[in-house]
Design a protein. Structure first.
Lengths: 264, 272
């Protein structure tokens, strides 16, 4: 987790560092393979790593990895987009208007800790079992952390900056667009980075509960027929998706807000 | 905070309760709008029971013990998982922050598994341990573990080295440094992680119950949803939302009490 000071140079040193970083993961994989091969447990309960890899290849060729993944990603991101748009809007509103703060603060602090996943049956009732109910559940879950992140960012904007703008006669609308919003952007981005895994988790979990396509539904389907290697493949797909997206978010931060260098 | 709170203190209890009423008025308005919207048939009753119907369904379920039993089962699973996960999480986080070897071992594992939805492991756990408490609690433990590890790690890392050096210079043994220096100074960070984990523990418990379970509030909500008894479904949902809110507020109050000596708690936005 820590960036070490002694950064390695050259391909061999780099490979060595990579290996040193990955050794716990390799250890886990080797232990898994040994337990599965050693006949300590039945293949049904724990398939070998090689069986999982074979199954991954078969599923990949049949298109049963890419298609569900695209469905899940679409749901997660559509929901996240909605949450960001509404969350930023509401957060800025609460930071700038006393009345908005009064009206929304108790609702947000009440709804924030609520386990939104419990709303799955209601969202199914209202919006069906296809894309819409999942997208809206993701949005409903992600909007609260986005509101809070935006609000705290907008409140923390330096008074002197606002006063200077006011002294120069900046109108309200322009103030929001030119001063508050840009100054809040790093907070908004941190909020988005925290919410991306949440969006994925909710999309996957809602699919596991309610079905209707996507990686989560495929996972439950495989489990119902005791296709354990397939179950493992889908779990690893979820793991890889989360990891890759987190890397992407880090890159995006450097690209979108290069002036704000927060090492986290 | 300072001037305003002093004024409130002076003007006594009556205005404090008035202030609370004013604070929670928006929630009352939302509930009223909910009731009126259904009352005047602005939405289809088949899709949204009124607030009154929801309350009476909740009352009926409370009287026949349905809510109490399932809520207790869920709370037991959630809190058992949270407690186990927090203790292990603090231990691992502390080890990672104080030993380079532990950091190199757990670091990559934590980084890799952090974004994995722990509910995805439920099918495996069902296969290994069957449907029931073990599957639920284990999923909750795994979900609660990671935020606590990360926050403990960052908390202990940011303890000013000067304090540790001073303690060492005064001959404090290693074990005491752990208990008397490192843990207390990172308490705010640890508890912030526990608060995140508290949110996760309810989400995971309910997810697992909805995926596969025989008991629990998640199962209850799901069953009533499938049977089309929507007032009861909303009643169950209302119960768990209130419980989650109360748990969060209780932890927050506990944090404020435990950390009353810590100046940074006033700086940190724990009000939420």
């Amino acid at each position: 987790m820590v960036e070490r000071a002694d950064t390695p140079y050259g391909p061999i040193a780099l490979a060595g560092a990579g290996l040193r970083y990955c050794y716990p993961l390799l250890l886990v994989v080797v232990a898994w393979e040994l337990v599965a091969r050693g006949g300590l447990v039945r293949q049904l309960f724990l398939p070998t790593v090689t069986a999982v890899l074979q199954q991954f290849w078969i599923l990949l060729v049949e298109g049963e990895i890419v298609d569900p993944l695209l469905v899940s990603l679409y749901r997660a991101f559509a929901g996240l987009m909605l949450a960001v748009v509404f969350g930023v809007f509401i957060g800025l509103l609460m930071a700038r208007s006393k009345w908005a703060k009064w009206a929304l603060d108790p609702l947000v602090s009440f709804a924030f800790p609520a386990p939104k996943i419990a709303f799955v049956p209601i969202f199914i009732l209202w919006f069906g079992i296809d894309h819409l109910s999942k997208i809206l559940l993701v949005a409903f879950t992600c909007v609260f952390p986005m509101i809070v992140a935006t609000y705290h960012g907008a409140v923390a904007v330096s008074r002197t900056v606002i006063w200077s703008a006011e002294a120069m006669g900046t109108p309200d609308g322009k103030m929001l667009y030119r001063i508050i919003f840009p100054a809040t952007k790093p907070h908004i981005f941190s909020g988005v980075r925290v919410t991306v895994p949440v969006a994925l988790i909710i999309a996957f979990t809602a699919e596991m509960i309610a079905g209707g396509g996507g990686v989560g539904a495929a996972l439950m389907f495989a489990q119902r027929f005791f296709q354990t290697p397939t179950v493992f493949v889908y779990i690893l797909i979820m793991l890889a998706t989360g990891l890759i997206l987190d890397r992407v978010m880090l890159r995006l931060r450097h690209w979108l807000i290069p002036w704000h260098d927060e090492s986290a | 905070m300072s001037v305003a709170s002093r004024t409130w203190l002076r003007s006594g209890v009556r205005s404090a309760s008035l202030r609370a009423a004013w604070h929670y008025l928006p929630i009352a308005i939302v509930l009223l709008v909910w009731q009126l919207v259904v009352e005047f048939d602005l939405v289809d009753r088949a899709f949204l029971p009124s607030f009154g119907e929801t309350l009476s369904a909740l009352w009926e379920m409370t009287r026949n013990g349905e809510i109490g039993f399932n809520l207790l089962v869920s709370i037991y699973r959630a809190f058992a998982g949270l407690a186990i996960g927090s203790v292990i999480g603090v231990a691992i986080g502390l080890a990672m922050a104080t030993s380079r070897r532990a950091d190199e071992f757990f670091g990559p594992l934590v980084a890799t598994t952090y974004s994995l939805p722990k509910s995805s492991l439920v099918p495996l756990f069902i296969l290994w341990f069957g449907i029931g408490d073990v599957t639920s609690i284990l999923s909750v433990v795994l979900a609660c573990l990671l935020p606590v590890i990360v926050s403990t790690y960052h908390g202990v890392q940011s303890v000013p080295p000067v304090i540790v050096w001073s303690a060492r210079a005064m001959g404090t043994p290693h074990r005491l440094i752990l208990w008397r220096i490192l843990l207390p100074s990172s308490l705010l960070s640890i508890l912030t992680g526990v608060r995140i984990a508290l949110g996760f523990c309810f989400v995971l418990t309910i997810s697992v119950e909805m995926i596969a379970a025989k008991t629990g509030i998640g199962k209850l909500i799901f069953l009533y949803g499938e049977n089309g008894a929507y007032a009861y479904m909303f009643g169950g949902l209302l119960a768990i939302v209130v419980v989650a809110y109360a748990a969060d507020r209780t932890l927050l109050a506990a944090m404020n009490y435990l950390l009353r000596w810590d100046d940074s708690i006033h700086a940190a936005h724990v009000g939420g």
